[in-house]
Ligand binder design. Structure first.
Ligand code: MBD
Ligand code: FE
Length: 298
C-alpha cells in the first residue's frame, strides 16, 4: 500500500497579508521567502523551499494541505490506489507541480471538500540555510516530521477517517470530551510519521475548514518568547499554556491574523504501545478567549 509520509506543506488564504508577514516572523519566528508572484509569499521552517504559502485572498482559511510520498514509484502507486478505490483525483500539470516546487502532484478533495494534494520530491534549498524571522534559541521540529499538524472541519467523521486511511494515515479517537451543550466530542487524531499526529478532526460546530495549525519548537525558550511576544501585543489567547494528554506537548493557542488559532508548542513524546483515549489533559489549557471553536474543558 502506498502511504504519505508527512504533512509537507500547506496553503493559507488570508485577507491581511501584511499582518501575516509581521505575525509569522515576530510572533512565530518563521522565515519569509519571497515569491515572483505578488499575490503570495512563502514561509520556511527548514531547508525545504517553503512549508507554507500565504495567498492574498478575500477569505481567511486553509487553501490546501500537501502530503508527501517517498518518491516517484510511491507516487505512481498512490495514483493506482486512488483509482482502485474510486476516489476522484487529478494528476496536476507540470506548471501546477512547478508552482508547488515539487516534481509530481495529485489534486483531490477530502469528503468535506477540503483541497488536498499528494506530491513527491519537494525542492530543498540546501544552499540556503534556514534563517528565522526573529532570533531563535533552537529551530522548528520539521524535516521528516513535516510542518506540524492541523485540526480541520469534518462533515462526516467516518468518511473522513476512511479517506485519510486510504492516503496511509493511521489513528483513532483519542479523547472523549463533554461539550458545554452536553454532547460528547470524540476527536480523531491521525499520524503518518514520528509526529504524534499530523491531522485531527471531529470537533463539532466548525464552519471554516481550519481550527488551528500547530508548529513545534525544538527549544522550550522559543515557546516562552513567542508567548511573551503574543501577550505583549494583546493577541487573544483562546487556550492558556497546558500539556496535552495524547502528544504530551506543552502548548497554547492564540489567534492568528486570520482568526483561526495558532497552537505553538514544545515537548517530547512517547507513543503508547496500544490505542488509548483520554478525557482531559495533564494540566492547563484553560479557556481564556471563547468563540474560537475550542471552548472545551481539556
Ligand atoms: C491537540 O493537538 C489538540 O489540538 C487538542 C485539542 C487535543 C489534543 C492535542
Ligand atoms: Fe492541536
Amino acid at each position: 500500500m502506498a502511504k504519505v509520509i508527512e504533512l509537507g506543506y500547506i496553503g493559507l488564504n488570508v485577507t491581511d497579508i501584511s499582518a501575516w508577514r509581521e505575525y509569522a516572523t515576530s510572533c512565530v519566528g518563521l522565515e519569509i521567502a519571497e515569491s515572483e508572484r505578488d499575490d503570495r509569499f512563502y514561509l520556511r521552517m527548514d531547508l525545504q523551499h517553503h512549508r507554507i504559502t500565504v495567498f492574498q485572498s478575500d477569505q481567511d482559511d486553509l487553501a490546501y494541505m500537501g502530503w508527501r510520498v517517498r518518491g516517484q514509484e510511491e507516487f505512481k502507486a498512490m495514483i493506482q490506489q486512488l483509482t482502485n478505490a474510486g476516489v476522484e483525483h487529478r494528476v496536476a500539470t507540470d506548471e501546477e507541480a512547478q508552482e508547488r516546487h515539487v516534481l509530481g502532484l495529485i489534486k483531490l478533495e477530502d469528503p468535506s471538500g477540503t483541497a488536498n494534494e499528494i506530491y513527491y520530491s519537494p525542492q530543498v534549498d540546501v544552499m540556503k540555510p534556514f534563517h528565522p524571522g526573529r532570533p531563535l534559541y533552537g529551530k522548528f521540529v520539521a524535516g521528516d516530521q513535516g510542518l506540524g499538524h492541523v485540526l480541520v472541519r469534518s462533515d462526516d467523521t467516518e468518511a473522513t477517517y476512511n479517506f485519510y486511511k486510504l492516503l496511509g494515515l493511521t489513528g483513532s479517537i483519542e479523547y472523549q470530551l463533554a461539550m458545554p451543550d452536553g454532547a460528547v466530542a470524540k476527536p480523531v487524531f491521525m499520524s503518518c510519521n514520528d509526529r504524534q499526529h499530523s491531522l485531527a478532526f471531529g470537533l463539532p460546530g466548525m464552519v471554516e475548514r481550519l481550527n488551528h495549525l500547530h508548529i513545534q519548537y525544538t527549544d522550550f525558550d522559543d515557546l516562552g518568547v513567542s508567548h511573551d511576544t503574543i501577550r505583549s501585543k494583546d493577541i487573544d489567547v483562546a487556550m492558556q499554556l497546558g500539556k496535552h494528554a495524547n502528544d504530551q506537548l506543552y502548548t497554547f493557542y492564540s489567534a492568528s491574523p486570520s482568526g483561526w488559532l495558532m497552537e505553538l508548542g514544545w515537548g517530547n513524546y512517547e507513543k503508547p504501545a496500544a490505542q488509548e483515549h483520554y478525557t482531559g489533559d495533564i494540566f492547563g489549557h484553560a479557556v481564556e478567549a471563547s468563540g474560537y471553536g475550542l471552548d472545551l474543558e481539556l
